[in-house]
Design a binder for this molecule. Sequence first.
Ligand code: TDX
Length: 339
Amino acid sequence: MRLLVTGGAGFIGSNFVLRTRETRPDWSITVLDSMSYAANRASLEPVLGDGAGDNAGPVRLVVGSVADAAVVDPLVAECDVVVHFAAESHNDNSLDSPWPFVESNVVGTFTLLEAVRRHDKRLHHISTDEVYGDLELDDPERFTEATPVNPSSPYSATKAGADLLVRAWIRSFGIKATVSNCSNNYGPRQHVEKFIPRQITNILQGIKPKLYGSGLNVRDWIHVDDHNDAVVAILEQGRLGETYLIGADGERDNRQIVALLLELMGKPADWFEHVDDRPGHDLRYAIDSSKLRHETDWRPRYGDIRAGLEATIAWYRDNEEWWLSAKDDAERVYARLCR
Ligand code: TDX
């Protein structure tokens, strides 16, 4: 099978490429990535070959925008399946500057959909639980495939828009597509602007972790490899036209995550600080992934977030050169946003 992986140099996409090289070595992979601030070529280096050019290894890297039809069209023509990870993904940035989110997430998905329609190719669209808005802390319900979209931020609105475009192209044009909405991912190679790597790298640099507002907001954490294995399960066993929610029953509030990181990294339990809350900050996300578990053989392998975080901490400790320059840039943005 020939895969076109958009956003394959970002966090989830690069982990997908690396993991799929191991679990499905006969699949050929072309990555299309704009190599924005959120991408890191070093993440793909092990599979790109020995430096003899972009196309020397088993994975080919094409640098370009998913919103550029002239780039997208020939790449879609030559593949069997498109796995669409490419997106602007950080809520804080979307509050500061929404346009790149509209361009990548809405126009980019539209551009891919038109190419997939033209060439009659299979598409799997990666999305987020944030499209469903948020839940109360004590709400017994969790998000399901039937939950209406109700996004809160410019970021989640553009992802909801992209999801709706995919659904409309399935219904109106009969394209062969599936959608997945996953909960918060953690693991190696995540950009240091995000919550968990920001706090790990803060602690490594002797800076206190920063909790937005009360720190009571709940996220439903899943290891990135569990997410990506679910994507493979959907590619192989999912029904065309369907949406699948991906989650690993990992609800924790932000204070609990910081407490765990401090303990695992040998710092006192009160060694953190509260900072300005994020405007419109979603309270709680929670995923019911029963449909995925009924229809495929996927099960999460990282049941224990403690062990997953320990491994993630070790990765950031051992790979400082991967994140150091991005850290300075991310913290400059946060200083301006007072967060
Ligand atoms: O320094 C911080 N302190 C803090 O308390 C940061 C960066 C975040 N937070 C909070 C905000 C959230 O409640 O931690 C939680 C997680 O924040 P993010 O890592 O920014 O993730 P979130 O906003 O939940 O969105 C993430 O999950 C869904 C991804 O960034 C999205 O791309 C994905 O769609």
